[in-house]
Design a protein around this ligand. Sequence first.
Ligand code: DGL
Length: 267
Amino acid sequence: MPDSRPIGVFDSGLGGLTVAKAIKAKLPNENIVYLGDTARVPYGNKSTLLVTDYATQIINFLLEENAKLIVVACNTASALALPALQSEFQVQILGVILPGSKAAVHATRNKHVGVIGTIATINSNAYSQALNEIDSSIQITAQACPLFVPLVEEGWLNGPVPSEVTASYLKSINVANVDTLILGCTHYPLLKPMIQEHVNDNTVLIDSAETVAEEAAIILLEKKMSADSSNKGLLKCFVTDSPVQFESIAERFLGYSLDNVRTVPIH
Ligand code: DGL
């Protein structure tokens, strides 16, 4: 029996649309319900307790929307709250840390991997732990890049200011001579051209969105929860604040305009 229930995806803001986009590309028949917690973004400088509380509220909302699988697109929420959420809820919950780490271990040749993310993600050491659980010989250099999120939320992807900020953040990554860099934050794939320009030549950038989409596809197949192959998957978006800014920047993320983004009062 095909399962037409949606995949629930959430992020602290609109960055998680990079994950929704990858899921849509990999699983075009699946409906997706997305929530961007725009009223409370950023999560990257908040505590584990608070982020877990926010994520719990959001998952409850996505379950009311009948989600069959939850994807925590937010790296910070995955790093701080995933185990707690997985033990709290019965629905399967997929985070982004493990898929991104697997892809990085697969890509590195010199076994030196860089990780960039929010302050909370970097301080949690979640990527270092995941990388070393997969391969204990991997050396890791991590750098928090807190200014990247506001730059992306404002749509500032080019020009002298993002360029200077990027150059400054990536100094330690370049000195460490990593050959693979995990973009450990939903928003960073939007700065990919800028980041690629400022890393050492031949550094591979890992964007976990595609690997997460692949894992979601495997779960749906294994659990026999796939939608009908004739279904044209729809993306339904919710935010927790006014949708105006979200809609205009989302167009840049997705390559098409989103209308009908609705506000839900989760606070
Ligand atoms: N979504 C967050 C992440 O991937 C970035 C934005 C924030 O700080 O909330 O870590």
